[in-house]
Design a protein around this ligand. Sequence first.
Ligand SMILES: Nc1ncnc2c1ncn2[C@@H]1O[C@H](COP(=O)(O)OP(=O)(O)OP(=O)(O)O)[C@@H](O)[C@H]1O
Ligand SMILES: [Mg+2]
Length: 384
Amino acid sequence: MKITEFSNLEQSQTDSRPSTRPISASDISCLKIGKNKIEILEKKYNKMLTINIDDIKLMTWIKHEDTYEVTFEYKQKFQDKFFFDLLSGRLGHRALITQIAQDNFNYNYQRLETIKKIQNGEIIKCRKRENNEIFVAKIQRINHFLIERELQINLHIAQNPHENVASIVEYYFENDQIIFIYPYFSGGTLNQLVNSNYKDLSKIKVKTIMKKIFSGLNHIHSLGIIHRDIKMDNIMLEDINDHKSIRIIDFGFSAFKDNLNYLCEKCGTIGYFAPEIINGQFYNQKCDIYSLAQVFHMLLTGNPMFDRNLNRQQIIRLSKNNLFAIDYKNVKESKAQQLLFKMLDFQDKRYDVLQCLEHPFFFKTENLESKIKSVETLKFKSPF
Ligand SMILES: Nc1ncnc2c1ncn2[C@@H]1O[C@H](COP(=O)(O)OP(=O)(O)OP(=O)(O)O)[C@@H](O)[C@H]1O
Ligand SMILES: [Mg+2]
């Protein structure tokens, strides 16, 4: 453990102190989180400790009525305990949880059911033993170079959260597995939504959903990340009754846009990926817009843009040449058609997220109505 002491401070305390004793104001410590270190001012001993985050093996945060009791277990087999006030405890917890991997998943969580078997592992529903809250664990074997990238991107997002993007709350390295813990989104995926009640999906709801996806995607892009696998199964609702509660999930194919090496990789899902990806051209964040156009079409029509009877090779051939068939019968609104076209254009001319968000498709009709109403009200207002 690397504990750097500041001048005129006392000897470091590394013994563990009992947690049951009453806590006085002088016990409360202050916490400052740096990139790779934590600085803790222990008021009681007037002592400043700097702890290297890499030296921490495990940490537990116990929330009491108005304090957090935090235990750091170091790789060198001793531990330190501190008390923080609620605010700095909460801030510290959020910052640190994103920097420290743990190795006791089964101790902290009870496995409930498998949601989905995935290529490299499984997605399970689990219960946090400490407070009975339900979470989702994405468990993957560490046998793929993309996993490390998925971790880096998840950490970056967890440190810069957004209401329409899923953020990990913790992660674990256990045996040869990496486990990402996410909040459980009970509303299901957009695929489930469309399959269960496409007929009920009014234009207003589609608009709301699309706006929120764009908003989440704008955040992802502004963090310098390209998602690269935008599709119906990777967009979820936190709450089935709230169409604003969109969350973009799954950063398994995501990449940082500045890393040129990544940007010739061909990845994504057939029927969603942009022509420039299939053609092996140098691409950018606009590939997510093309994939999102497929989602938009599904929401508007209940059907994919590529006929369900086409096989993989046929779809790839069509996507390569940017050939697609819009279901005009179900996309009657001209503004929706125009936006769809802008999202499906070749890379250079294709809209980016902000251009899409500024498209008249998103102009509020209520606003217009309320403007008309207010004009009418004015007309009848007495000047006296
Ligand atoms: N936080 C969550 N809450 C509820 N269900 C989830 C959550 N995260 C993932 N799922 C479910 O698990 C599925 C797969 O998750 P995810 O996309 O992260 O894994 P994946 O390996 O990329 O799978 P795929 O190849 O199907 O995209 C999602 O489509 C969704 O049905
Ligand atoms: Mg997925």
